[in-house]
Design a protein around this ligand. Structure first.
Ligand SMILES: [Zn+2]
Length: 211
């Protein structure tokens, strides 16, 4: 049975550390990927990298059903975009088109309640090994490409906050300091903090929020 794992919050050393390649896709990796899917969904997230559950392995899960939905709603083409939930082992990306795509509301489960615009290359080729050890490849664009690049950054110890300009970064850091204080008092999902350890979900402080 898959289980929900605690998500680390920024700043946590795992978020700024490069993850190591997976050597063999075995049952323990498959179980971890299933746990990551449950964890992402439980936190209302679209994707999760293993660094975010304090595991320094090159693993990503991404719900492409949700990505396709959002893309359709924003009148982005979904041609060539796969469906379902993708479990990526040792993913690699190559930029095919540097034209910037503006991801208008980029956010992260490890940086709760902070959203901002991030520019990322519009078209990428994604290659990876799937949960059965098979090589796979997709050409992605727009939001799907941005989402993959966000998760790939995690595997390399980079956050979306590192992708914005200095002035904006200063503003977002301040905003996050406040948001994080509140979030740590009332976590909306299971979290792992570097000072207090695992903190259980506590929704009692979110009564007025649209959840
Ligand atoms: Zn993230």
């Amino acid at each position: 049975m898959a289980k929900i794992l605690p998500i680390v919050l920024h700043p946590h050393p795992s978020l700024s550390t490069k993850a190591a390649p997976v050597e063999t896709v075995d049952d323990s990796i498959r179980a971890l990927l299933d746990d990551m899917v449950l964890t992402a969904h439980g936190a209302n997230g679209v994707g999760l990298a293993a660094n975010q559950v304090d595991v320094l392995k090159r693993l990503i899960v991404l719900d492409f059903e949700v990505l396709r939905d959002v893309m359709s709603r924003h009148e982005e083409s979904i041609e060539g975009i796969p469906g379902g939930i993708l479990k990526l082992v040792n993913p690699e990306i190559a930029v095919l088109d540097e034209t910037p795509y503006l991801h208008k509301g980029e956010g992260c489960l490890s940086i709760p309640d902070v959203y901002t615009e991030v520019e990322r290359p519009d078209r990428i080729r994604l290659t990876y090994t799937d949960e059965n050890g098979k090589p796979r490849e997709y050409t992605l664009h727009g939001l799907a490409a941005a989402a993959v690049q966000h998760e790939m950054d995690h595997l390399n110890g980079i956050l979306f906050l590192d992708r914005v300009g200095k002035v904006k970064r200063g503003m977002l850091d301040k905003k996050y300091a406040k948001a994080a204080d509140y979030f740590r008092n009332y976590p909306r999902y299971l979290i792992l903090t570097d000072d207090k350890g695992v903190l259980e979900q506590d929704l009692s402080g979110w009564k007025d929020m649209d959840e």
